[in-house]
Every structure is written in C-alpha cells, then in structure tokens.
Design a protein around this ligand. Structure first.
Ligand SMILES: [Zn+2]
Length: 458
C-alpha cells in the first residue's frame, strides 16, 4: 500500500466516525418517569429516600434547573423525541399526532446503525400517536391506565430487551427508551412502603382524579398530605424498579459503554396553585423536572445550576454519542457535561391546550407561555393577559408575584419571550389530528383516558 492509499483510508475512517455508529459507539438508555416533579427526589433535596436515582446522580451530572417544554405528556415527550418546541412539533392537543414528517431521535439513531427499542406505559405516547417512529421494536402492552401498577413489569420488559440487545451478533450499539408511569395519578397504595395507609379522613384512596378535583377547594391539609404521601410511595416504588434496571445494566457489563439519561416529562401539582394534576399551568411544580446523565463523556459528581431546556436534550445526546449534527431547536449541553462552561440561556415553556367541554369543571382551554432566566421565571396567561414574575430560587413555591415590584425585569423577560415566539412562529406546523374509532374509544374509556364523567389528563 502506498502512502497516498493509507492517507485516504485514514481520512475515510475519521469521516465515518461522525456519520454512523461504530462497534464502540456508546449505547443509550433513556429513562423517562411520567409526572415526576424534581423536588420530590432525594437528589434534589427531598427528605425521603430515592436511592437508585441518588446513586445515578452521584456517578454523573445533575441539572438542578431543568425544564420541560410543556406541562403534560404528549407535547413534552414529543419535544424529548424531536428536540422541537411544542409550537414547532404541533403535538399539543389530546387528539394530536406526532407528524411523520418530523425526524425523531430514534429515527436518527436507527439511520446511524443503532438498534432501537421503546417501552412505554402511557398509551398517549404509543403507536396511535406515532411515537413509535424509528423504533425497530416498540412495546406498549403495559399502558393499562391509571390504576394499573406497571413499574416492576416495565423493568422486566426492559431487562429482557437489554439481554437481547447485549447478545446482538452484529454488536450494534443500542438505543433503549423506557417510560415509567406509576407516579402519574391515580396513586396506588404500596403496602411495602409506609408513607400512607389505605385511606384517610374522607378519602377512601380509590377516588378518580375527577372526584378529587371536584372536592379540591374543600380538602384539608391532612387530606392533601395523604395524596402527597401516596404520590411519594409511587415514586419510591418506581425508584426501586429503576434500580433493578440499572443493576442489570451493570451485571451485563454494559454500564461503562452506556450513556444513561434520566428525566421526567413534567411535574405534578397538589393545589400548589389551585389545581390537582397537570396540563393547565406553567408553574415550577409542573415544568421543573429532574435531569441526570451518566456515562461516556459525562463528568461525575457534578451539579449544574443554570436553567436548561428539554429542547437541548436530543442534540446533547447525539453529541455525546459521537454525532456532529444536532436535532431540533436546541443546542448541545455536552460541554457542560464535560465540566466546561457555556453561557446561560433563557428557557421557554408553553401550553396550548384545547378543552373538550368548557362547561364541565376540569380541563379547560389554556394558552400560557413562560420564560425562565438566571434568577426569575415569568409566566404569562395569553387568555387573561395576567403576567407573573417569581424569583424561583428564593421562592420555590412561587407564592410571591414580583411583577409589580420589578417592572424592568418583566419588560426584559417579556421581550425575550416575544422574540422567541416570533421565531417559533416562522417554523410553526399545523397540528395533525387523529380520529378514534368506536373500538379505540371504548378501549380508551376502559383504560381511563376518555371518560364521560371525569376529566382525565395525561
Ligand atoms: Zn405525563
């Protein structure tokens, strides 16, 4: 072989590193827990233990101020999958689809030579809404509604999938997406965890979310504590399921070459701002989510304080896996994960939800926008015109609206928000909607997703 020939071969190999997966490319295990607010985790300062997630945080990087793009499942997970803000992916209503014109993280990784598998436990991010795009194998069998306890079974499925992926004769790297649902209401009693009993006061423990919302103004603090304790039980139960999955990753000797990302689609409200559940506002309890990464290219024992957005996650993961081209609206946070600095950027959240029946108490049409800066979060209700400003680190409960005291800050953040929205509007997409046939409606009703009596959100 002459000198010129070897130069060409070397150049070819280097070029290929950025275009397709090598045998040594890291695997990606992407874990999303439904409805998990960050402040209920030990790693985020909560008084109750969540040992698996704490241990993951010790071995990796934790983002203290990570924000979902939206306060409910469909738009939030669509952002995680595409790196696009809700206005741009347009999966923003109960009957909306994730358009097939969009490129997803799974599609990108599949095209780069990855094996791709998805396991979900909420039907709203299933095949019907096209969230299976790019997954060679996609399992939604455990999406059985609010009352079904699924975390340990989700872990079993994920472990089975890991075993198959680890035995791949072509030794392709894998992308495994695992979605847990138990911390989503309704909250079940876990007898092995003693935070809450079967029932308390007027609460029998089996109330549907619609019933609880009906008595929301009337619930006393102890009854609300019972609901919160039930939520915490679901979180600890899910933590132990995640712990089993991460243990298996270890036992299969995959930990070293697997990038693990752990996050939530959105948080949850317990009358913090007058509501129970999620979907209807953009306050901290709904949009601040945990975000922890561990693995190749990620520093250890690092906590980062600057606000970051869910739109940044897909490009970050792609860079950490060795690909130069990003995905969606955000930009890679990989330098931060290596321990380097990046200039802080504002983070944006939105909700444009169309209520089904405005006459009933429950889920109403809402159009709200928010921007989170280094110190303040501004929340704007585009229907009422009300603007609120919170100094979120000093006032994490967001009880004190500072908009009157800080008009300059309101003007500054409003201008950032309007500029961002004008930019999004240029690339806005028409919503594609699905139709449920009678059989599907009946199945959804059975599962608790469509209910003529209760307002259910996702
Ligand atoms: Zn959700």
């Amino acid at each position: 072989m002459n000198a010129r020939g070897s130069t060409i071969i070397v150049a070819g190999l280097l070029g290929c590193m950025a275009c397709s997966a090598e045998q040594s490319s890291p695997n990606l295990l992407f874990i999303v827990v439904d409805s998990l607010r960050a402040d209920r985790l030990e790693a985020y300062g909560y008084h109750r233990p969540t040992p698996a997630i704490s241990s993951l945080a010790k071995d990796g990087v934790l983002f203290e101020e990570s924000y979902s793009s939206a306060p409910w499942t469909l738009p939030a997970v669509a952002t995680l999958f595409t790196g696009l803000a809700p206005t741009r992916h347009a999966a923003t209503n109960t009957d909306a689809l994730m358009s097939e014109e969009l490129e997803t993280l799974a599609e990108r990784l599949l095209s780069k030579g990855y094996s791709t598998s998805g396991i979900v436990s909420n039907r709203i991010i299933g095949k019907k809404t096209r969230f299976n795009q790019g997954f060679e194998r996609f399992d939604q069998e455990l999406a059985r509604g609010h009352r079904f306890i699924s975390s340990q079974l989700i872990t079993q499925l994920a472990i089975r999938e890991l075993a198959v992926l680890a035995r791949d004769p072509n030794e392709k790297p894998f992308f495994l997406f695992v979605h847990y649902f138990d911390p989503h209401y309704e909250y079940r009693n876990h007898e092995q965890i003693d935070y809450a009993g079967d029932s308390f006061g007027r609460l029998k423990g089996d109330e549907k979310i619609g019933q609880l919302r009906g008595m929301l103004a009337d619930l006393n603090e102890s009854e609300l504590d019972f609901i919160r304790d039930r939520y915490d039980e679901e979180i600890l139960f899910t933590d132990s399921a995640i712990g089993r999955l991460l243990d298996r990753l270890d036992r299969l000797e995959l930990t070293e070459n697997t990038l693990v990302v752990f996050t939530a689609d959105h948080g949850e409200e317990f009358r913090d701002h007058g509501w129970l559940g999620h979907t209807q506002s953009l306050y901290r309890e709904l949009v601040r989510v945990p975000l922890i990464l561990r693995g190749p290219g990620v520093a250890q024992k690092l906590r980062l304080a600057d606000p970051v957005s869910a739109v940044d996650l897909a490009p970050t993961l792609l860079e950490l896996l060795g690909f130069r081209e990003g995905l969606g609206d955000g930009s890679s946070l990989a330098p931060l994960l290596r321990g380097e600095a990046l200039p802080a950027r504002p983070v944006f959240c939105e909700v444009d939800y169309l209520g089904v029946d405005e006459g009933r108490p429950g889920l109403r049409t809402c159009h709200k926008k928010s921007v989170v800066g280094e110190r303040y979060q501004l929340v704007r209700d585009d229907q009422s015109g009300v603007v609120e400003l919170f100094e979120y680190r000093l006032d994490p409960a967001q009880a004190f609206d500072l908009s009157e005291e800080q008009p300059e800050e309101v003007r500054r953040l409003t201008s950032l928000l309007d500029k961002h929205l004008a930019q999004l509007a240029l690339g806005a997409r028409e919503m594609e909607r699905t139709q449920f046939d009678e059989a599907e409606l009946s199945e959804l009703r059975e599962l608790g997703y469509v209910d003529s009596e209760d307002d259910e959100d996702h």
